[in-house]
Design a protein around this ligand. Structure first.
Ligand SMILES: [Mg+2]
Length: 453
């Protein structure tokens, strides 16, 4: 039994035409997926689905990067590859020539994420389990074999990781039951887009509280007076003890982050997210030190586990925001979950975009059951957008993610969507307006953007 095909689709959703929201750095994204379907000659007919999330232009570059990985999959034996996804991860990441394009960051690394995640989807489907449950039932030894400790061992060794996983093992079954019964806490970013007027902000804050969410997040960073006014409204509506996080989407340099957030400190922000460049580890440490007790969160643009390690070593973050497709897939996120557990920092994943909620819920649930063993102070971002394109969409009930039970990684997109949103020839893209947006960079609009988590 071998892998027979690794098909790639350039899917784009014209979200920039109907701006539902906004952030300070991403004014016109067309949510996109460089989408992978891996097929085998097995009689069960299962396929592995995965994707890299991008925001429009460049999705073709992302797709080309994924295509360069085909030789690592097509023609190889299915059982052997799926039984050693740690080995495959190392093969992909350490390709002696492709590695030059990173190393371990950016387009090539995200391509590896798409392929690795598709293989995990296939393995979970073949084993008849949702991915979170499949991972939660692996032994500590099997789990550490999935991780490359080469650049982590000054902070996290294989033995450290085994200790963490073994310590969590006795409670696994009870936490799995608890998760199936109660779900996992979510927070919503929906009220907080910069482009919404004050009435809409008020209405959506009320809805978030009424819907059972224990936390919202507001986009900030474009205009301080606007931020003060919007935080005033949100605090009035949600009440004094409600969690209101803010997200600057990398808008500031370090001194500006500090001075701006001091102006917002009176509103008791729960965390400040992406205050500055995701590469600036020391800058994050400075911001965290200067703004304490306001907590700093980041991760959706952190390139790899090595940068996460440094952020943790320097006490630069209070929340680790893993992203399912930014680093090289499940294996690298497992490394980051272990690092966060070692440093005692909660993981609160980034989601939104297209399909990111579907994927990352599995990683948080696995973290709860088998790694950190703790749900306190953990919350998964939720954005109510584009879920209808997925065969196994996320389910939110009373402000919590319901644990998925369908086998796989919840990554499968409906066949109809694959044809309708194919770029540039699918019917959705045949309209002139859509093509204009996609083909030409738009001038930056100061206060608009879309719902980018
Ligand atoms: Mg964000």
């Amino acid at each position: 039994m071998i892998f027979t095909d690794l098909a790639i689709a350039d899917l784009r959703f014209p979200t920039s035409l109907s701006l539902d929201g906004s952030d300070a750095m991403n004014p016109d994204p067309d949510y996109s997926a460089a989408y992978v379907v891996i097929r085998t000659d097995a009689e069960d007919g299962h396929e592995g689905h995965g994707f890299a999330f991008t925001i429009g232009r460049g999705n073709d570059v992302q797709a080309a990067a994924i295509a360069s990985l085909r030789p690592y999959v097509v023609g190889r034996p299915v059982a052997a590859v799926l039984a050693d996804l740690g080995g495959l991860w190392r093969d992909l990441v350490h390709d002696s020539q492709l590695r030059w394009l990173g190393p371990e960051k950016g387009v090539m690394h995200m391509a590896i994420a798409a392929v690795v995640n598709a293989l995990w989807d296939l393995r979970a489907k073949r084993e008849g389990l949702p991915l979170w449950q499949l991972l939660s039932r692996l032994s500590p030894e099997e789990l550490v074999d999935l991780v490359d400790f080469r650049y982590l061992s000054d902070a996290l060794t294989r033995e450290d990781a085994l200790d963490i996983l073994r310590a969590a093992r006795p409670g696994r079954a009870g936490r799995e039951e608890h998760l199936l019964r109660e779900g996992f806490p979510a927070y919503t970013t929906s009220p907080g887009w910069l482009g919404y007027d004050d009435d809409k902000l008020r209405r959506l804050c009320k809805e978030a509280v009424a819907d059972g969410f224990g936390q919202i997040k507001l986009k900030v960073g474009a205009d301080l007076a606007d931020d003060v006014r919007r935080m005033t409204i949100a605090r009035q509506i949600c009440g004094p003890d409600y969690r209101i996080a803010v997200d600057a989407n990398q808008r500031w340099d370090v001194p500006t982050a500090i001075s701006w957030m001091r102006e917002l400190a009176a509103f008791d922000p729960y965390w400040v997210e992406e205050p500055t460049s995701p590469d600036d580890v020391v800058g994050h440490a400075t911001i965290a030190r200067e703004l304490a007790p306001i907590r700093v969160a980041t991760g959706e643009h952190i390139a790899n586990r090595v940068v996460f390690k440094q952020l943790l070593q320097l006490d630069a973050v209070s929340y680790v925001q893993i992203d399912a497709t930014r680093v090289a897939g499940v294996n690298e996120n497992l490394a980051i979950l272990l690092l966060a557990a070692k440093f005692g920092v909660p993981v609160c994943p980034h989601a939104g975009g297209v399909g990111l909620c579907e994927l990352v819920q599995h990683l948080s649930m696995f973290d709860y059951v088998a790694v950190a063993g703790d749900m306190r102070d953990r919350v998964i971002e939720y954005v109510d957008h584009l879920h209808e394109h997925f065969v196994d969409p996320v389910v939110i009930r009373r402000g919590r993610y319901v644990a998925p039970t369908a086998p796989g990684f919840s990554a499968t997109i409906h066949p109809r969507t694959l044809s309708e949103y194919a770029y540039p020839d699918g019917p959705v893209w045949s309209s002139t307006a859509s093509k204009q947006v996609a083909h030409a960079p738009q001038p930056r609009r100061a206060k608009e953007g879309t719902n980018h988590g």
